[in-house]
Design a protein around this ligand. Structure first.
Ligand code: CDP
Length: 260
Protein backbone atom coordinates (compact mmCIF):
# COMPACT_ATOMS: atom_id res chain seq x y z
CA UNK A 1 0.00 0.00 0.00
CA UNK A 2 1.47 3.48 -0.83
CA UNK A 3 2.71 5.37 2.29
CA UNK A 4 0.12 8.12 1.87
CA UNK A 5 -2.70 5.59 1.78
CA UNK A 6 -1.25 3.78 4.81
CA UNK A 7 -1.35 7.06 6.71
CA UNK A 8 -4.92 7.65 5.55
CA UNK A 9 -5.86 4.18 6.77
CA UNK A 10 -4.39 4.92 10.24
CA UNK A 11 -6.72 7.90 10.40
CA UNK A 12 -9.69 5.88 9.23
CA UNK A 13 -9.79 7.48 5.77
CA UNK A 14 -10.34 5.67 2.46
CA UNK A 15 -7.44 5.47 -0.07
CA UNK A 16 -6.73 8.71 -1.97
CA UNK A 17 -9.10 9.18 -4.91
CA UNK A 18 -7.37 12.19 -6.40
CA UNK A 19 -10.37 14.39 -5.64
CA UNK A 20 -10.04 15.03 -1.92
CA UNK A 21 -7.18 17.12 -0.43
CA UNK A 22 -3.88 15.33 0.19
CA UNK A 23 -3.38 13.23 3.31
CA UNK A 24 -1.21 15.68 5.27
CA UNK A 25 -3.77 18.43 4.78
CA UNK A 26 -6.60 16.20 5.87
CA UNK A 27 -4.82 14.92 8.95
CA UNK A 28 -3.73 18.41 10.00
CA UNK A 29 -7.17 19.86 9.43
CA UNK A 30 -8.62 17.06 11.44
CA UNK A 31 -6.47 17.96 14.42
CA UNK A 32 -6.71 21.74 14.22
CA UNK A 33 -9.82 23.51 15.36
CA UNK A 34 -11.32 27.00 15.27
CA UNK A 35 -11.59 28.78 18.60
CA UNK A 36 -14.09 31.65 18.88
CA UNK A 37 -13.89 33.99 21.86
CA UNK A 38 -16.70 36.51 22.07
CA UNK A 39 -17.81 38.90 24.72
CA UNK A 40 -18.34 42.41 25.98
CA UNK A 41 -15.97 45.29 25.53
CA UNK A 42 -12.76 45.13 27.58
CA UNK A 43 -13.65 41.76 29.08
CA UNK A 44 -10.10 40.55 28.53
CA UNK A 45 -10.89 38.57 25.39
CA UNK A 46 -7.76 39.67 23.57
CA UNK A 47 -5.42 38.82 26.44
CA UNK A 48 -7.06 35.46 26.70
CA UNK A 49 -7.06 34.75 22.97
CA UNK A 50 -3.43 35.85 22.59
CA UNK A 51 -2.30 33.59 25.46
CA UNK A 52 -4.27 30.65 24.12
CA UNK A 53 -2.84 31.11 20.61
CA UNK A 54 0.72 31.25 21.98
CA UNK A 55 0.18 28.09 24.01
CA UNK A 56 -1.43 26.08 21.18
CA UNK A 57 0.72 27.47 18.36
CA UNK A 58 -2.43 28.76 16.65
CA UNK A 59 -2.79 32.05 14.80
CA UNK A 60 -4.44 34.86 16.74
CA UNK A 61 -6.76 37.27 14.93
CA UNK A 62 -8.22 40.30 16.69
CA UNK A 63 -11.41 40.98 14.73
CA UNK A 64 -12.07 44.15 16.77
CA UNK A 65 -8.81 45.59 15.42
CA UNK A 66 -10.25 45.22 11.92
CA UNK A 67 -13.36 47.23 12.83
CA UNK A 68 -11.13 49.78 14.54
CA UNK A 69 -8.94 50.11 11.42
CA UNK A 70 -11.98 50.77 9.21
CA UNK A 71 -13.12 53.38 11.76
CA UNK A 72 -9.73 55.09 11.66
CA UNK A 73 -9.92 55.19 7.87
CA UNK A 74 -13.38 56.79 8.06
CA UNK A 75 -12.18 59.39 10.58
CA UNK A 76 -9.12 60.26 8.53
CA UNK A 77 -11.14 60.64 5.33
CA UNK A 78 -13.80 62.92 6.79
CA UNK A 79 -16.50 60.26 6.65
CA UNK A 80 -17.50 60.92 10.22
CA UNK A 81 -18.84 64.41 10.71
CA UNK A 82 -21.62 66.21 12.53
CA UNK A 83 -22.18 63.24 14.79
CA UNK A 84 -22.78 60.67 12.08
CA UNK A 85 -21.03 58.18 9.85
CA UNK A 86 -21.42 58.75 6.10
CA UNK A 87 -22.55 55.23 5.29
CA UNK A 88 -22.60 55.66 1.53
CA UNK A 89 -19.10 57.13 1.34
CA UNK A 90 -17.66 54.46 3.62
CA UNK A 91 -19.39 51.61 1.79
CA UNK A 92 -18.00 52.97 -1.48
CA UNK A 93 -14.49 53.20 -0.03
CA UNK A 94 -14.38 49.65 1.35
CA UNK A 95 -12.65 48.15 -1.72
CA UNK A 96 -9.74 50.54 -1.18
CA UNK A 97 -9.29 49.63 2.49
CA UNK A 98 -6.81 46.84 3.07
CA UNK A 99 -6.26 45.43 6.53
CA UNK A 100 -3.52 43.02 7.48
CA UNK A 101 -1.45 41.98 10.48
CA UNK A 102 2.25 41.57 11.13
CA UNK A 103 4.31 40.63 14.14
CA UNK A 104 6.18 43.64 15.47
CA UNK A 105 7.98 45.03 18.48
CA UNK A 106 10.30 43.31 20.94
CA UNK A 107 7.52 41.06 22.26
CA UNK A 108 6.50 39.91 18.76
CA UNK A 109 2.94 41.11 19.31
CA UNK A 110 0.60 41.34 16.38
CA UNK A 111 0.17 44.82 14.95
CA UNK A 112 -2.63 45.96 12.67
CA UNK A 113 -1.82 47.49 9.30
CA UNK A 114 -4.17 49.79 7.42
CA UNK A 115 -3.19 49.97 3.76
CA UNK A 116 0.29 48.92 4.80
CA UNK A 117 0.69 51.47 7.62
CA UNK A 118 1.12 50.25 11.21
CA UNK A 119 -1.83 51.82 13.05
CA UNK A 120 -1.74 49.64 16.17
CA UNK A 121 -1.45 52.56 18.61
CA UNK A 122 -3.87 54.88 16.88
CA UNK A 123 -6.73 52.37 16.62
CA UNK A 124 -6.78 52.01 20.42
CA UNK A 125 -7.30 55.68 21.24
CA UNK A 126 -10.54 57.24 22.46
CA UNK A 127 -11.46 58.86 19.12
CA UNK A 128 -11.60 55.44 17.46
CA UNK A 129 -13.23 53.80 20.50
CA UNK A 130 -15.99 56.40 20.41
CA UNK A 131 -16.91 55.69 16.79
CA UNK A 132 -16.12 52.03 16.26
CA UNK A 133 -19.53 50.68 17.28
CA UNK A 134 -21.54 52.96 14.94
CA UNK A 135 -19.16 51.93 12.13
CA UNK A 136 -19.46 48.24 13.05
CA UNK A 137 -23.25 48.51 12.82
CA UNK A 138 -23.12 49.09 9.07
CA UNK A 139 -24.05 45.94 7.13
CA UNK A 140 -21.59 46.73 4.30
CA UNK A 141 -18.71 46.94 6.77
CA UNK A 142 -19.75 43.73 8.54
CA UNK A 143 -20.12 41.78 5.31
CA UNK A 144 -16.68 42.78 4.09
CA UNK A 145 -14.90 42.08 7.38
CA UNK A 146 -16.76 38.82 7.97
CA UNK A 147 -15.58 37.53 4.58
CA UNK A 148 -11.98 38.50 5.41
CA UNK A 149 -12.21 36.81 8.81
CA UNK A 150 -13.60 33.63 7.29
CA UNK A 151 -10.68 33.58 4.89
CA UNK A 152 -8.26 33.61 7.86
CA UNK A 153 -10.03 30.55 9.28
CA UNK A 154 -9.95 28.46 6.12
CA UNK A 155 -7.15 26.24 7.34
CA UNK A 156 -8.30 26.24 10.97
CA UNK A 157 -5.69 26.47 13.76
CA UNK A 158 -6.99 29.91 14.63
CA UNK A 159 -8.12 31.80 17.73
CA UNK A 160 -10.33 34.78 16.88
CA UNK A 161 -11.90 37.16 19.35
CA UNK A 162 -14.78 39.56 18.79
CA UNK A 163 -18.53 39.91 19.16
CA UNK A 164 -20.01 37.60 16.52
CA UNK A 165 -17.30 35.03 15.89
CA UNK A 166 -19.17 32.07 17.36
CA UNK A 167 -22.54 33.15 15.96
CA UNK A 168 -21.87 34.56 12.47
CA UNK A 169 -18.25 34.30 11.39
CA UNK A 170 -17.64 30.70 12.47
CA UNK A 171 -20.96 29.21 13.60
CA UNK A 172 -19.32 25.77 13.38
CA UNK A 173 -16.28 26.62 15.48
CA UNK A 174 -15.35 23.61 17.60
CA UNK A 175 -14.60 25.67 20.71
CA UNK A 176 -16.61 28.75 21.68
CA UNK A 177 -16.18 30.89 24.75
CA UNK A 178 -18.35 33.80 25.83
CA UNK A 179 -16.57 36.13 28.24
CA UNK A 180 -18.11 38.58 30.63
CA UNK A 181 -17.13 40.63 33.66
CA UNK A 182 -18.88 43.49 35.44
CA UNK A 183 -18.82 46.86 33.61
CA UNK A 184 -16.98 48.41 36.57
CA UNK A 185 -14.24 45.79 36.43
CA UNK A 186 -13.97 46.13 32.66
CA UNK A 187 -13.68 49.93 32.89
CA UNK A 188 -11.02 49.59 35.59
CA UNK A 189 -8.97 47.23 33.40
CA UNK A 190 -9.32 49.38 30.27
CA UNK A 191 -8.28 52.52 32.21
CA UNK A 192 -5.13 50.78 33.50
CA UNK A 193 -4.35 49.63 29.96
CA UNK A 194 -4.72 53.16 28.59
CA UNK A 195 -2.70 54.71 31.41
CA UNK A 196 0.12 52.28 30.71
CA UNK A 197 0.17 53.69 27.17
CA UNK A 198 0.27 57.28 28.42
CA UNK A 199 -3.39 58.17 27.80
CA UNK A 200 -5.31 59.59 30.73
CA UNK A 201 -9.06 59.60 30.20
CA UNK A 202 -11.21 59.71 33.33
CA UNK A 203 -12.71 56.52 34.75
CA UNK A 204 -16.17 57.97 34.02
CA UNK A 205 -15.30 58.54 30.36
CA UNK A 206 -14.01 54.98 29.92
CA UNK A 207 -16.99 53.52 31.80
CA UNK A 208 -19.47 55.51 29.67
CA UNK A 209 -17.74 54.38 26.44
CA UNK A 210 -17.91 50.73 27.48
CA UNK A 211 -21.58 50.86 28.46
CA UNK A 212 -22.49 52.69 25.26
CA UNK A 213 -20.60 50.23 23.05
CA UNK A 214 -22.15 47.26 24.87
CA UNK A 215 -25.57 48.73 24.13
CA UNK A 216 -24.95 49.37 20.44
CA UNK A 217 -23.18 46.02 19.93
CA UNK A 218 -25.95 44.03 21.60
CA UNK A 219 -28.83 45.86 19.90
CA UNK A 220 -27.72 46.31 16.31
CA UNK A 221 -29.66 44.55 13.54
CA UNK A 222 -26.78 42.73 11.87
CA UNK A 223 -25.07 39.99 13.94
CA UNK A 224 -25.59 41.56 17.36
CA UNK A 225 -23.44 40.52 20.29
CA UNK A 226 -24.99 37.30 21.59
CA UNK A 227 -23.78 34.19 23.30
CA UNK A 228 -23.94 31.30 20.83
CA UNK A 229 -26.07 28.48 22.28
CA UNK A 230 -23.07 26.15 22.26
CA UNK A 231 -20.60 28.66 23.75
CA UNK A 232 -19.22 28.10 27.24
CA UNK A 233 -19.60 31.14 29.52
CA UNK A 234 -16.73 32.55 31.50
CA UNK A 235 -17.02 35.35 34.04
CA UNK A 236 -13.44 36.32 34.68
CA UNK A 237 -14.11 39.22 37.09
CA UNK A 238 -12.18 37.43 39.81
CA UNK A 239 -9.72 35.37 37.81
CA UNK A 240 -6.04 35.97 37.27
CA UNK A 241 -4.62 35.64 33.77
CA UNK A 242 -2.95 32.36 34.74
CA UNK A 243 -6.23 30.93 36.04
CA UNK A 244 -7.97 32.02 32.85
CA UNK A 245 -5.42 30.26 30.68
CA UNK A 246 -5.67 27.10 32.76
CA UNK A 247 -9.45 27.15 32.35
CA UNK A 248 -9.12 27.61 28.57
CA UNK A 249 -6.57 24.83 28.24
CA UNK A 250 -8.89 22.44 30.06
CA UNK A 251 -11.64 23.27 27.59
CA UNK A 252 -9.19 22.92 24.67
CA UNK A 253 -8.28 19.46 25.97
CA UNK A 254 -11.97 18.51 26.27
CA UNK A 255 -12.58 19.59 22.68
CA UNK A 256 -9.51 18.09 21.02
CA UNK A 257 -8.15 15.41 23.33
CA UNK A 258 -4.80 17.17 22.95
CA UNK A 259 -2.82 17.79 26.14
CA UNK A 260 -0.27 20.62 25.98
O1 CDP B 1 -11.06 45.83 22.96
P1 CDP B 1 -12.54 46.00 23.12
O2 CDP B 1 -13.17 44.82 23.77
O3 CDP B 1 -12.94 47.26 23.74
O4 CDP B 1 -13.16 46.08 21.69
P2 CDP B 1 -12.67 45.45 20.35
O5 CDP B 1 -12.66 43.96 20.43
O6 CDP B 1 -11.42 46.11 19.92
O7 CDP B 1 -13.86 45.84 19.36
C1 CDP B 1 -14.16 47.18 19.09
C2 CDP B 1 -15.56 47.29 18.54
O8 CDP B 1 -15.62 46.65 17.26
C3 CDP B 1 -16.66 46.66 19.35
O9 CDP B 1 -17.19 47.50 20.35
C4 CDP B 1 -17.71 46.36 18.28
O10 CDP B 1 -18.50 47.49 18.01
C5 CDP B 1 -16.88 46.06 17.06
N1 CDP B 1 -16.72 44.62 16.80
C6 CDP B 1 -17.76 43.96 16.17
O11 CDP B 1 -18.79 44.55 15.90
N2 CDP B 1 -17.61 42.66 15.82
C7 CDP B 1 -16.50 41.99 16.12
N3 CDP B 1 -16.38 40.72 15.75
C8 CDP B 1 -15.44 42.63 16.79
C9 CDP B 1 -15.59 43.96 17.13
Amino acid sequence: MPTADRRRAVHGMPPADGLTPDTETLIDMEKKIIIAIDGYSSSGKSTMARALAAKTGYTYIDSGAMYRAVTLYALRHGMIAEGRVDREALAGALPSISISFRKAGADGRQHTLLNGEDVETEIRDMAVSSWVSPVAELPEVRQRLTALQQEYGREKGIVMDGRDIGTTVFPHAEMKVFVDASPEERARRRLLEMEAKGEHPSYEEVFANIVKRDHIDANRKESPLRKAPDAVSLDNSRMTEAEQLEWLMRLFHDKTGIEI
